[in-house]
Design a protein. Structure first.
Length: 165
């Protein structure tokens, strides 16, 4: 559970008491200085958690039995972070999509970060050569034109428009 105060409360529903009033978190984390607006638990890599906040930061966490520890924090330039989602497939499980108030989406290959590789070394294929951190940007398409796009029949959208005239 995340809060407007930037706190994450971790509960194990398998051990939930009969009365909600008796519910206690397993651990509590002051993850951000502002509201935690998004978080995701990686379904492919055990113990890998991401949080996003209105403080514009994305933080990666290593969750162990003793509790979470921060691996890395980044401002990815999307504004206030509203969405953080790990890729669901094992082949790209370290990829993270982040979106925010600027209307931008960034795809971060977190496996290119040295701290992530060090913490999750047993889950990352060995790198060949020098590895540099990379963001995979998504171009903002402000145009309403379909110019240059190819239709299913192999014609371009421009050719199709000409045929209708």
């Amino acid at each position: 559970v995340s809060t407007e105060a930037g706190i994450i409360h971790y509960h194990d529903v398998r051990n939930a008491p009969s009365s909600p009033a008796k519910t206690k978190p397993i651990w509590t984390l002051q993850a951000h200085d502002e509201a935690v607006s998004s978080f995701d638990v990686n379904q492919v890599i055990p113990g890998f958690l991401v949080t996003g906040s209105t403080d514009k930061e994305v933080k990666l966490w290593n969750v162990q039995a003793s509790g979470p520890s921060m691996v890395v924090s980044r401002n990815l330039g999307v504004g206030k972070v509203f969405s953080t989602t790990f890729a669901p497939d094992a082949e790209v499980g370290f990829r993270l999509a982040v979106a925010g108030s600027k209307g931008d989406v960034q795809i971060w290959d977190t496996s290119t970060n040295a701290a992530v590789r060090r913490i999750f070394a047993d889950r990352v294929a060995p790198a060949k050569g020098e590895v540099t951190e990379r963001l995979i940007g998504i171009e903002n398409d402000d145009s309403e034109s379909d110019s240059g796009e190819e239709l299913e029949d192999g014609q371009s959208a421009d050719e199709d428009d000409e045929m209708e005239e």
